[in-house]
Design a protein around this ligand. Structure first.
Ligand code: AHR
Length: 666
């Protein structure tokens, strides 16, 4: 602390320094007293120094005007963004366990299938492009066994997505398409441990003929150890040739949906309390080339009729996660889709000119909307009913394309306008999202993306404070602080949280926001994009610190932003405060990204009283590099405390490197 000696001018010679508080924290503190001598000043000062500093210092404070809402919080603020990247569906959420189930679509050679020959048996395997189970899947896996017995069978094995997850007392549902040149040859399907050779479960399928047909089987494990080190084996006990196609095995799924989703990952998503799912991408919507776009019509109906397609993230998508599965995923989480429709641009700078050339693509989008929302009397609603879902899905937002600012042809303005006119004509209530600024018409919503270093997220956390409220609403459709891999560390979570305080304060204009990417398979080769919200391997999954920050913010959203002023804190403190007037709850979010604790005098103005007990949830760690991982999933997780609050004015010191939600009842 430093004073100028009273009556002696403001030169440095008259500057008296007293180390009461760390000077570095209050560099601009100057107190001017009335004229007096050095001695009498010192005598006068003594009792003053004995007083608590808080009586006259400018203490760090957060003043909240609880009765003064400044904006409505968007009820749909936090949601999910998804696409096939980092083995998000295949080898991720979509619970299929067999890898390359449709047999070598990418390569002439077989991938993930190898031969098995017990004892003296003899077998060769190949990809057969001459025969397959359907027109969409014209290839098959040819298994030619020339020597085999019951004791020494032969066949083929699949290595799964980094193994097969075997759990005790678990029922797995399997199926394959097959035909044979030796009618009646039995096929035994087994889950076998890679290290011990022990069979965890086994079933035999009979009745194969010379025609393609689907066969189903069930594998039930007994009291076996939990392990991912397994493979799936299909063997034949005598000489025969068998062709296999679409070989599938599913563990139990979320809500028991056939061909459904992994339970652990869906539970993590449910805990985020999202409000929407932006689907199906991302770059995955556009594809590298127009011919590789997400063609939704090729992703519906029986799996055997889905041809699969190359994704821009360097592996082929099985399209098991097709349009209906996306919509059912929303249904399972009780959220709405934000349906992104292909809009005539693919990433290798291929585009469709606005005008007649674009019309078939627009028709495709209209059909897609009808598939999602039309009743069973409409053409595409009937198709959805035929696919097993008679009830239409709710839909309020449709996004036209993805990141069309990359389209250097400048065609997006015209393309968006053409889609806008056609969709609004048929669906006037739909809100249509643009993915780049448009001049010819005002889009309903503009999707903006931010991938940031932590410093940027902190520095730009008030990005939307000054955005024109008469312009389009904003959808922050992809955003993330990219620090840490495969999943973000605590530093990223702190920066994300600072950014979220801004989005929350500005959620009168930001209608929705979704972190991206959502998923990563942490096995070697599983990641194409670093810093992803939720990580998993074959057996388990975990939430990153940023995941937990999302959980905290989304589950304590509030309905209105209230006026608040943060004063005299260090530079790394960020807050936002919302209330839920009906529930009489106040949610104070405090992000302390510094290495020191952040003491705050919290002043709740405009309310007579506050409940003495408050809930405080804190996400923190010892260093900004603290993180979670597949082997250490709970290093940085929220901890809930109950704290006593003296009244509408109280003090609390927030831990170093912490994200906090203080829930108060008033
Ligand atoms: O989230 C990864 C990618 O980033 C998305 O596919 C794309 O939209 C963005 O460029």
């Amino acid at each position: 602390m430093q004073w100028y000696l009273p009556g002696h001018g403001r030169s440095d010679a008259n500057l008296l320094r007293v180390n009461v508080l760390p000077i570095a924290k209050y560099p601009r503190l100057r107190i001017i007293w009335p004229p007096m001598s050095k001695r009498s000043f010192a005598i006068a000062l003594f009792p003053v120094l004995a007083l608590p500093w808080s009586l006259f210092a400018q203490a760090p404070s957060l003043t909240v005007q609880v009765d003064h809402p400044t904006a409505k919080v968007s009820p749909t603020l936090y949601g999910l963004m998804t696409e096939e990247i980092n083995f998000s569906y295949d080898g991720g959420l979509y619970a299929e366990l067999v890898r390359d189930r449709t047999i070598g679509q990418d390569w002439q050679a077989l991938a993930h299938w190898t031969m098995v020959a017990r004892g003296n048996s003899v077998v060769d395997i190949s990809a057969d492009a001459q025969t397959g189970p359907s027109a969409a899947l014209p290839r098959s896996l040819k298994v030619r066994v020339t020597t085999a017995t019951d004791a020494a069978p032969a066949g083929v094995q699949n290595d799964g997505y980094w193994g097969f997850p075997v759990q005790p007392q678990t029922a797995y549902s399997g199926s394959f398409y097959a035909k044979t040149d030796s009618a009646g040859v039995p096929v035994t399907v087994s889950l076998v441990n890679d290290e011990t050779g022990a069979t965890a479960a086994s079933a035999t399928v009979t009745g194969l003929t010379g025609d393609w047909k689907q066969y189903t089987f069930a594998l039930k494990t007994a009291q076996v150890p939990v392990t991912a080190n397994n493979h799936l084996i299909l063997t034949i006990p005598r000489p025969a040739t068998v062709w296999f196609g679409l070989v599938s095995l599913f563990p139990p799924t979320y809500h028991d949906r056939p061909y459904g989703n992994r339970i652990d990952i869906m539970e993590k998503l449910a805990a985020m309390h999202p409000k929407f799912l932006r689907l199906p991408g991302g770059n995955y919507l556009e594809g590298d080339h127009i011919s590789e776009r997400f063609e939704w019509k090729k992703t519906i109906g029986p799996l055997v009729d889905r041809p699969t397609h190359p994704s821009p993230w360097h592996y082929r998508s099985s399209d098991g996660m097709g349009l209906l599965e996306f919509l059912e995923w929303c249904e399972d989480l009780k959220i709405e889709p934000v349906l992104a429709v292909y809009a005539g641009y693919s990433m290798m700078q291929e585009h469709v000119e606005p005008g007649s050339a674009l019309e078939p693509y627009i028709q495709d989008a209209l059909d897609e909307i009808e598939y999602a929302t039309g009743d069973a009397n409409t053409k595409w609603g009937a198709e959805r009913a035929k696919d097993g879902h008679p009830a239409p899905f709710p839909l309020h937002y449709v996004e036209i394309g993805n990141e069309d600012w990359f389209d250097r042809s400048g065609s997006y303005d015209g393309r968006y306008a053409q889609y806008y006119k056609a969709i609004k004509q048929r669906y006037p209530d739909l809100q249509l999202i643009a993915t780049a600024p448009i001049k010819s018409i005002k889009p309903d919503v503009l999707d903006e993306h931010f991938y940031m270093a932590a410093e940027q997220s902190f520095a730009d956390s008030n990005h939307y404070d000054k955005t024109d409220r008469n312009g389009p609403k904003i959808f922050v459709g992809e955003w993330a602080t990219r620090e840490g891999e495969p999943t973000p560390n605590l530093q990223a979570a702190l920066a994300d949280s600072a950014w979220m305080t801004g989005m929350e304060r500005d959620s009168d204009i930001i209608v929705m926001a979704s972190y991206a990417p959502l998923f990563v398979n942490v096995n070697p080769g599983g990641m194409q994009w670093e810093t992803d919200l939720i990580g998993y391997d074959t057996l388990t999954s975990y939430g990153s610190p940023s995941y937990w920050a999302q959980v905290l913010f989304a589950t304590h959203l509030g309905t209105e932003v209230v006026a608040s002023t943060l004063a005299n804190t260090g530079p790394r403190v960020y807050t936002s405060t919302t209330r839920d007037e009906k529930r009489r709850k106040l949610f104070v979010k405090v992000v302390n990204a510094s290495s020191d604790a952040a003491p705050l005098n919290i002043v709740l103005d405009g309310i007579p009283s506050v409940a003495r007990e408050a809930k405080l949830i804190t996400l923190s760690g010892k260093t900004p590099n603290a993180t979670n991982s597949i082997t250490n999933p709970d290093e940085v997780v929220p901890v809930e405390h109950h704290i006593q609050v003296a009244g509408p004015k109280f003090e609390h010191s927030f831990a170093p490197y912490s994200v906090n939600v203080l829930e108060l009842s008033y």
